[in-house]
Each structure stands twice: as C-alpha cells, then as structure tokens.
Design a protein around this ligand. Structure first.
Ligand code: 26W
Length: 828
C-alpha cells in the first residue's frame, strides 16, 4: 500500500511503551490472521485490497482475540451465578474501537509491525475507522467510559441501547453557519458487532387492555395494535489488559410483518411496505437534541422500544439461570441513564404482574430493589414529561400501571399524615399544570432504590430544587456519584507521549492504579520534567496544528497558548462569554500593539442542536470574529481564533493532549458535572472555570492556586436572578464590555448584516439569564491571570504537573466502584 498522503498522526506515532515489545510469534500470527480475514471474510486479494479492506481485515483479526476472552468471561460469570449490572442508555458515544482494543490487549506494537510487513501503515488505517457516534455529548460519552470501567473491573455487565443506523449528525460549516448532514457510520459495515437475528423480542404499541382483576393491582392482558421486532446486535467490550469482556447489546427495529402481501398483490406496492418503514424508523436515527425536549412521538417509541426489549431480555436470561422471577433483584441491578429509559419501571411491573403473575405488592418491591436512576441535568426544559393522551394511546397498559403506582404513592402520603409532607401536587407522577403530563423523573425516582446526581454540587441541588419534595419523602434515596473518565482512552490512547513520560517518571503502577499519579507531585518543581512535558505537549500541539491545517487550510503556531473550549454549544456553557473576552483582547491588542501580549490560539469545537437558533448564531459569531481577528496584521499573529468543525470523540482525542488552557465556564449551578474538565486536567491543561459541577471537586484535589476560578457562585446566580441589578446597569458599569457589545452592534464583525447579532445583544441587555454580562469582568480578570502565569513557565508547568498528579480520583474506575458498592450492591 502506498504511503503518500500525509497523516497528522504520523508525526506523533510514538509507540506507547505501555504495550509490551512485539513478540515474534504475536507478529507472525497476527499477520497470518489479517491475511486470512482479508481473503476469507472480506473476500479480497491482498494485491487489490483497498485501505478499507485492510482495516476491516485487521479489525476482524483483533475481534477474534477479543472473542477468545469474551466466551470464557461470560461463561464464568454465568457459572459463578454472579450478580449482573444492566446499564440502560439511549446513548453510547463510543468513538473508534481499533486502537483502544489493541491498547487493552497490549497489541499496538505487534499489529503495527505485522501490518508494516504487509506494507500497510497502521496509523493511516486507524484513521479510516468511522466514529460510533451514538450519543450527543456528556451523557453518552459517560456511558461509554462506564462500559470500559465495568470491563476493567471485571464486573459482569450488559450495556443496552439502540443500534441507530445514523448517529449524531455531521456538522458542516458553510460561511460560518452550522449545517447538519446525516452520518453514515455503517455504510462500510461494522466489523465489531455480531448480528443476532435469532435473539429478538416483540415490542408492542397501542391497542387495548383487558383487565382481569377487580382493582388496579390485578393482572391484565394487553392486546397491542402494532408489534415491532427488536433484534440484538452484540459488541464485545474488552477491559484493561484484556482480562475481562462484557457485552454491549444494541437493538435494531424490524417490522414483525415487513411486507403485506395482500396489499402488494392488490397493486398497492408502497402501502405494502408502510408498516415496515414505520417499524424501521424507530432505530433509524439518534435524536440530536441535547438538553431540549424532543417531544415527538418517535422519541417515546424509541424509549419504550429499547426499554422493553432490554427488560424482556434480562428477565429471560434471569429465568433461564435462576428459574424464579422473584429473585430478580438478588441477581440483577438495572441502572437508568437519565429518564430516557424510565418507562422500564412500569414495563417491569407489567412483565412481573401480567406475564409472570407476581402479586402487585411483591412486584413493586422487586422493581424498587432492582432499579437505580442517574439524573444528568436540572435544566427544567430538559426534564422529560409525556402528555397523558399520548401515553394512553401508545402505551395504554403502562398508563394504567403508572396511575396505580401514583395512587398508592399519594394514598400512602395522605395516610402518613406527616407534618412536613409536601403537597400532593408536587410529588404526583402526573403534572396537572401544563396539560396533564407524566413526570418521568418522578417515575424513575419512585421506582428506584437509589437516585444519584453526577457531582457533589449537582446532587445537592437535586435535593434542594427539582427533587426537593421527593427528597423530603425519601431522604436517603439521593446519593452522589461524581462522574469519571476512562484513563485508558483519555490518557493511554490519546496521549501516548505523556503516558510514556509518566511511566518513566513514576513507574508503570499508574497504568493499573490511577491514584498512583499522586507520586508525580514531588516532581512539581523539577525543571527537567518540565522540559520533557513541554516537549510532549509541543509535539501534540504540532499534531493538532496539522489537523487544523488539513481541515481549515489555516496555520496556527504550536508555541502559542492553546486556549481550548470544546463541548456542545449551549448558552449555559457560555461560549459567548469566551468570544466576548476574545473581542476584548482584540481591542486591547489593537490599542496597545507594542505590549508583550502572550500569543494565544482560541480553539472552539462543538455542535449545536439543529433547532437551537441562538447557539447556532454564537457559532456564526465565532466565525465572524475569527475572520476579522485572523486577518488583522496589527496583531502580528499573537491572536488567532479557530473553530474546528464536526467535533467528535476522535477529534477530542487529538485536542485534549494539545490543550494548554481548559475553558469550563458554565453559569454556576447549570453544568451537572462536566467530564471534558477531567480529560483536559488529566492531560495537564490548566482550568479557567466557574465554581460549578465537578470543577469544585477538581479544585478540592488540584488546589485553587493551580486553577483560575472566577465568577458568581450558584447561590449568587440564584440571588442575582431574583434581586440583581438590571443587566443594562451591569453593562454600563463595565466600559470594556460596553465597547465589545458596541463593536458587535456596530457591525464590526458583520458588515454584510450589522443587525445579525441583535438577538444576542438583546438577550444580554434584557435578562442576561446566563450571567454573561454579570461574570464578564471577573472572567476577563482571570484571563489576565492566565497570561501572567504563562509568562512564568516554571510556575505554569508546576501547576500542570499538580493537575495531572491530583486527578487520579476522576478515573471512571473510581466512579464505577462507587456505583457497585453504594447503588448496585455488587462486589468489586
Ligand atoms: C430530553 C432531551 C435531553 C437530552 C439530553 C435531555 C437531557 C439530556 C442530557 C441529560 C444532557 C447531558 O448530556 N447531560 C450531561 O451529562 C454529563 C454526564 O453526566 C455531565 O457531565 C454534563 O454536565 C451534563 O450536561
């Protein structure tokens, strides 16, 4: 295979020495199996094989080595009768699997050598793998990190979700505007999965219910009007060092009766396929909305589809092994990743009562003992509720069950006559205020033994705000499990240079024990370590600069500070605050061009929900500012603004190791946790951030003196929203902010349409809900401190070392251990 096209990864293709040196027999056997896969599975002659053919062949050869471990791991968990975790999630934001699998198997070097012997370049090959982008952002990526840690810790687990034909949309920027295009990750097949056409479940919708008992607790027979088949696709999930393998089981929807032959024979060729199309639609596409209610019926169909298939499957598995459905809670823990699978609560009740004839009360006890629920956001617009009429039409039996659960819950409350009892209205499963709607958060809460938030602050705010009435009734139910990240993917895979340096400095123990990173702390002032870290960072920045050059045809200087703001676009994440400060810096540089400004590259990446007008306008503003700033010769290249399109896991793997500064600047109280903050700190970036989400726990470990914290606290935000000065006063009191807004308003960045940003200015001056104006001065001041610290490189690298040294706790292994002991009651 020729090696002409430049590949940015080649620049950094330092083999991570965490992999054992290539053994001759490994190399020879890998080479043989790759050629065999190419020949017999791909059906290609090596002479004519394309790079993609080689990729598929390589992945299949690697998969064999995973399966060799999968079968015994699954069998052992079965024979030992171990309790199993089922992680139900509508999203798994996985990214690529080739490099990660190889790293887990310590086979990176052998594969590289084997492929080189076949004249194939591994680093080019791995870039061909499409990202599995079956998620929107933090919630989906967390699910993927947790699957990684479950396998690493050898906890028997299944991830359950949907095998979307199309993952998160591809973001294309045209003239500064975001456009969405369908993504097609399956177009060349998926070498990692096993289709299981024999493993399927029927999922019903609509129809009628025949009630058998005399009260609401009796059995019923549901006659669905429509049935959809859920077909399983299994992907093995291998743990660190290949010791254990779990299963990610994703469901694909098929029509029970794909072709209505009588209609076809009548000549109605389209109508004959209609039912099939309606069924297929369920698993066709990931909902791209993040933090906004999708609201559509299709979304509810997706939620019920995968919840029902997963529960039928796990009950089936339980019965096959233990025969008695009543012991379910003893052997299964089911985790609900947000409320998206909350319908699983009444679904389990239906399976227990209607299908397995368990008495209602016992069924409810089993249900509550089996489920746990994680909440990922307090944004009121993102809390799921479904209109009662829609639920009655689509899931009539579940609606009956929800009514019964609700009436027992409310009756119990009345009977208890507690003096501190919240109003029935506040704890009812039905919201009677804006049309009658089912509160899925309340349903998940009531049906779970434990409910958790994802950072200390977020869990506390759950108790004080959204779940306050429920918390009063069940004061022990809400617990905290602060999020974590997979160090395998976010350090060993993404930053082999740093990984090697850490191993050289403090020993290989850290590879198996993230807390061992603390041994780095004594080296915080070691100048020779600083030098080496600087060399690693610089080479990672060079790689990122090549990505920028390739994608945007634009040069950035690896010696400038890389100031990185990457995440979904949302007003509360305040990319707007960052770009306003960028304009402020631009003005200041133009006013004093001879000052010794620290050279900076502002790097943005992230997608906006397709319907989120203001978020898309902020993306456009970043591009407009970039055009002006990047072409202004007076700045002498000391400020550049870059927007990298189509942010995904793979791009994040290139960005995290190349960042100097990490922007975590959400409005306090609004970011449940954040996980990008952890990835960046682990890779040695310093954080500029608000006292929000997991930033707080980061501060507690890393030390406030090694971060740049600024802005209002969550409490101050609340207070200011209630009684604060009007935003126009805040703006008037800050001449620099006023100047920035005047520039935008005056069309400095949008000569072609000076009114373009009126909605943004209007939002700031009329309500400033996200406290952009309120926090501006404090943020700008913190950015000055950043520049000051950068000038003192010894102090900067000291802080960087202490970041990496103190973030071991944010490993998702730690999070999963907490889930295992506090929530699931499984041994670790
Ligand atoms: C119904 C529409 C919808 C879609 C997505 C509502 C809510 C969501 C998610 C809860 C959004 C999300 O990804 N939340 C993020 O979860 C991460 C993992 O816990 C946290 O780190 C982030 O702070 C949180 O925003």
């Amino acid at each position: 295979m020729s090696q002409t096209r430049t590949n940015p990864r080649n620049a950094s293709s330092v083999a991570p020495r965490i992999a054992l040196p290539a053994q001759d027999e490994d190399v020879a056997s890998l080479r043989r199996s790759i050629v065999a896969k190419l020949t017999y599975s791909v059906g290609r002659d090596p002479i004519v094989a394309s790079e993609r053919d080689w990729f598929i062949a390589t992945a299949l050869a690697v998969r064999d080595r995973i399966v060799e471990r999968w079968v015994p791991a699954t069998r052992a968990a079965y024979t030992q009768g171990r309790k199993r975790v089922y992680y139900l999630s509508l999203e798994f934001l996985i990214g690529r699997l080739l490099y990660d699998s190889l790293n887990n198997l310590s086979l990176v070097e052998p594969i590289r050598t084997a492929l080189a012997e076949l004249d194939v370049d591994f680093d080019r090959l791995r870039e061909l793998e499409p990202d599995a982008a079956l998620g929107n952002g933090g919630l989906g990526r967390l699910a993927a990190c947790y699957m990684d840690s479950l396998a690493a810790l050898a906890i028997p687990a299944h991830g359950y979700g949907i095998r979307y034909d199309h993952g998160l949309f591809r973001q294309v920027i045209r003239d500064g505007w975001q456009q969405e295009f369908p993504e097609n990750w399956l177009s060349f097949g998926n070498p990692w999965e096993f289709a299981r056409p024999d493993l399927s479940h029927m999922v019903g919708f609509g129809g009628s219910v025949e009630v058998i008992g005399t009260d609401g607790t009796g059995r019923a027979i549901w006659h669905p009007a429509e049935s959809v088949v859920a077909v399983a696709y299994d992907t093995p999930v291998i743990g660190w060092r290949g010791n254990f393998v779990n299963t990610l089981r994703l469901w694909s929807a098929r029509a029970a009766d794909p072709l209505m032959l009588d209609a076809f024979n009548r000549g109605d060729h389209v109508g004959a396929l209609a039912a099939g199309a309606r069924a297929n639609a369920i698993s066709q596409i990931l909902y791209p909305s993040d933090e906004t209610p999708a609201g559509q019926e299709l979304r509810l169909r997706q939620e019920y589809f995968f919840s029902s298939a997963s529960l039928q499957n796990l009950v089936f598995r339980h019965l096959r092994q233990h025969q008695d459905v009543r012991t379910l809670a003893q052997f299964c823990a089911i985790q609900l990743n947000d409320t998206h699978p909350a319908i699983a609560v009444p679904e389990l009740m239906r399976l227990l009562v209607d299908v397995h004839e368990v008495e209602w009360d016992e069924a409810w006890t089993i249900t509550k003992e089996t489920f746990c629920y994680t909440n990922h956001t307090l944004l009121p617009e993102a809390l799921e509720t479904w209109p009662v009429p829609l639920m009655e039409r689509l899931l009539p039996r579940h609606m009956q069950i929800i009514y019964q659960i609700n009436s027992e819950h409310l009756d119990g409350l009345v009977a208890a006559k507690r003096p501190d009892a919240p109003s029935l209205d506040a704890v009812s499963l039905i919201d009677e205020h804006s049309g009658r709607r089912v509160r899925m958060g309340h349903l998940a809460f009531l049906g779970s033994r434990r409910v958790n938030g994802v950072s200390a602050l977020h869990s506390e705010l759950m108790r004080q705000t959204v779940f306050r009435p429920m918390h009063t009734l069940f004061p022990d139910r809400i617990v905290n499990v602060t999020n974590g990240i997979s160090f395998r993917r976010w350090l060993y895979d993404a930053n082999p240079g740093l990984t090697d340096l850490l191993v050289d400095t403090i020993g290989p123990e850290l590879l198996d024990d993230p807390e061992a990173l603390s041994k780095l702390a004594p080296f915080a002032d070691d100048a020779s370590l600083h030098e080496k870290l600087h060399a690693v960072r610089r080479s990672n920045k060079q790689v990122l600069a090549m990505v920028v050059a390739e994608r945007l045809n634009f040069a950035i200087d690896p010696d400038a500070m890389f100031d990185v703001h990457v995440k979904r676009f949302h007003e509360y994440k305040r990319q707007l605050l960052n770009i306003l400060q960028t304009i402020w810096l631009y003005n200041a540089m133009r006013a004093q061009p001879t000052r010794d400004w620290v050279p900076r590259v502002k790097i943005f990446a992230g997608k906006a929900a397709a319907s989120y007008r203001i978020a898309k306008l902020i993306i456009k503003l970043i591009h407009d500012v970039a055009r002006v700033v990047n072409n202004d010769p007076t700045l002498r290249n000391r400020l550049k603004v870059v927007f990298l399109p189509d942010y995904n896991v793979s791009l994040a793997e290139a960005i995290m190791p190349a960042a100097d500064l990490s922007e975590q600047i959400s409005t306090a109280g609004m970011e449940a946790s954040g996980t990008g903050n952890m990835k960046l700190a682990l890779n040695g970036a310093l954080t500029i951030g608000t006292v929000d989400g997991a930033n707080i726990e980061l501060r507690d470990r890393v030390g406030a003196e090694n971060m740049f914290l600024f802005g209002l606290s969550a409490e101050e935000v609340q207070e200011r929203r209630r009684n604060g000065p009007p935003p126009c006063e805040t703006i008037a009191a800050s001449p620099v902010l006023q100047e920035v807004l005047d520039a935008i308003n005056g069309g400095v960045f949008s000569h072609d349409d000076p009114r373009r940003y009126a909605p943004i200015i209007e939002g700031l001056t009329s309500s400033d809900w996200f406290m952009v104006a309120a926090d501006f001065e404090s943020y700008a001041e913190a950015q000055l401190n950043v520049a000051r610290r950068w000038r003192d490189q010894a102090s900067w690298w000291r802080a960087s070392v202490l970041n990496t040294a103190n973030v071991g706790w944010f490993s998702s292994d730690r999070s999963i251990r907490e889930y295992a002991t506090q929530l699931w009651r499984v041994p670790v």
